[in-house]
Design a protein around this ligand. Structure first.
Ligand SMILES: [Zn+2]
Length: 151
């Protein structure tokens, strides 16, 4: 399960809508327990370096990734996942998404995909990787009404 404060989820949706008709991506920052349940406390937008096929591919800028890694390495939060948008496509994980996840082998991450239809968010799903089956399984994505700052 991944829990995202409603206000943060709205900001992530804003990012995906502003990037339409191109794919955008970003990192999810927060905490996770032993059962791989994630709580998102922050996110960081990342540049999509893929300009040739930006409508249906994304390539996260490694500089943005490093910046986020450094920013949070000494704090209580970690990078716990990644989000990206699917302009005019459903929020299902594609074969490319699966291959990418297998490459980076971030098996404890949540992979949130936001479907943007005609410039407006139509829905979002979160996926977790089963590395032995090389397959994504959906996990519940819960929008939490309270503010996201930890106490
Ligand atoms: Zn995708």
């Amino acid at each position: 399960m991944i829990k995202i404060p409603a206000s943060l989820l709205r900001q992530i949706y804003d990012h995906t809508e502003q990037s339409y008709p191109y794919e955008c991506c970003g990192l999810l920052i927060g905490t996770s327990d032993e059962d791989k349940n994630h709580s998102v406390h922050a996110f960081r937008q990342c540049k999509n370096l893929n300009t040739e096929r930006a409508r249906d591919r994304y390539l996260m800028d490694p500089v943005d990734y490093l910046r986020a890694t450094r920013e949070f390495e000494n704090g209580p939060w970690d990078i716990i996942g990644v989000y990206h948008s699917h302009p005019d496509h459903p929020s299902r994980a594609s074969q490319t998404d699966t291959d990418r996840a297998m490459e980076i082998m971030a098996t404890a991450w949540s992979y949130v995909i936001v479907s943007v239809q005609n410039g407006t968010v139509a829905g979002a799903q979160s996926w977790v990787l089963n590395e032995s089956e090389r397959k994504f399984y959906e996990e519940p994505l819960v929008s939490v009404p309270e503010e996201g700052e930890s106490k």
